[in-house]
Design a protein around this ligand. Structure first.
Ligand SMILES: Nc1ncnc2c1ncn2[C@@H]1O[C@H](COP(=O)(O)OP(=O)(O)OP(=O)(O)O)[C@@H](O)[C@H]1O
Length: 346
């Protein structure tokens, strides 16, 4: 094993370009400052989104959990889409929810377009399959009552051409998983969504790891996001949504297009996303461009180092430090800072 080279951390000074008043949360300390200075996250930047990256075990989830907890103490509702089911331990007073007890409506009649796009992106529908799905939605409308009803229609739908039969059967095969037990329970209209006023002051943790099938997990997680954003169109209150293992929704090779677009569009809607991923090079460029606060834990691969260095315009001395930072250390940058600063999260 090669020894860790001695890395000299620069002496850092007060770096904020404006005073955030009391409207911020503390996420740790700026390294090498005398006296010790707080690392702050201004609340008015939440809706311009946060990106947390770092190699495995460098402290991403810990950092995200501190942000979730402190932001919710400020009265801003926080929801964690917990891919691996680890936040229950990280946030002791979080409200842990089971997706099977919090179903989302399937094919929301107010916004079937985004649902079809999510299903199509995640399950890889072909254009004829997507066309047939639209045709059935158009014909059956509100009589399509959930995913089981859709599966039944696909079993019995009239075949007015041979392509319809083939497409219908292949579409049925792809969608069947959503209509089978226990997954069908995830997609029915419960009339409520997590994160209402009962949980103010405590982050809500949706434990997605309880959904074994990865594609179903992606579909449920994305539909839940869509519902939360849709609900906020009317409410217009601040909200923070943490998306763990974001490459599952926003991966370069298989992004859920609707979600990637939403990041740019919802800023005015007061919803902030906190996107967490091991590898920034696996994420669509849209995320790097649309996240104004970046928290970079140690990254090791050359590709990730290059992506991070470019997106933050890092000088060589700072870039050289990135692979060798300790667990819990990170580079923080947001528009309230004059330049990126090295911090210890705590
Ligand atoms: N700022 C910190 N202060 C103290 N301990 C920390 C800090 N950050 C991380 N740790 C500890 O380091 C370990 C790894 O942290 P964490 O799980 O957050 O890493 P990760 O980057 O999310 O890893 P993975 O990619 O595997 O999920 C945990 O035991 C955590 O408690």
């Amino acid at each position: 094993m090669t020894a860790k080279p001695r890395v000299k951390y620069p002496v850092q000074h007060r770096v904020e370009s404006s005073d955030p008043g009391t409207n911020y949360v503390v996420i740790g300390w700026i390294i090498n400052t005398v006296p010790r200075l707080e690392a702050r996250l201004p609340l008015n930047l939440l809706n311009r989104h946060i990106l947390i990256v770092g190699a495995t075990g460098t402290g991403k989830s810990y950092t995200a959990s501190r942000i979730a907890w402190r932001v919710s103490l400020k009265g801003v509702p926080v929801i964690v889409l917990d891919w691996h089911g680890e936040y229950g331990d990280l946030i002791a007073d979080g409200v842990r929810l089971n997706p099977f007890e919090n179903p989302v409506e399937f094919l929301n009649p107010h916004d079937p377009k985004s649902d079809v796009e999510v299903i199509s992106d995640v399950l890889g529908l072909t254009p004829p399959q997507e066309y047939l799905l639209w045709r059935i939605i158009g014909e059956k409308g509100s009589r399509l009552d959930g995913v089981e009803s859709l599966a039944r229609v696909l079993e019995t739908y009239y075949d007015d051409a041979s392509w319809v039969r083939e497409t219908r059967l292949s579409l049925h095969r792809k969608l069947k998983i959503l209509a089978t037990n226990p997954y069908s329970k995830l997609f029915s209209d419960s009339g409520s969504l997590p994160g209402d006023s009962s949980s103010v002051g405590k982050p809500v943790i949706m434990d997605l790891s309880l959904i074994r099938n990865i594609n179903v997990r992606r579909i449920y997680g994305t539909m839940l996001l869509a519902r939360l954003v849709h609900r906020n169109y009317g409410l217009r209150k601040s909200y923070l949504i943490l998306i763990e293992e974001a490459q599952n929704y926003l991966g370069r090779d298989n992004p859920v297009g609707f979600l990637a677009r939403m990041m740019g569009e919802i800023r005015k809607n007061n919803i902030g996303f906190c996107i967490i991923t091991q590898s920034p090079s696996l994420i669509v460029d849209h995320v790097l461009v649309n996240t104004n606060t970046k928290i970079i834990h140690s990254v090791k691969s050359n590709l990730d180092l290059e992506v991070v260095s470019k997106s933050l315009f890092l000088d060589q001395d700072t870039a050289r430090i990135l692979p060798y930072m300790d667990v819990g250390e990170a580079l923080l940058f947001n528009p309230s800072l004059k330049k990126p600063v090295l911090i210890r999260v705590g």
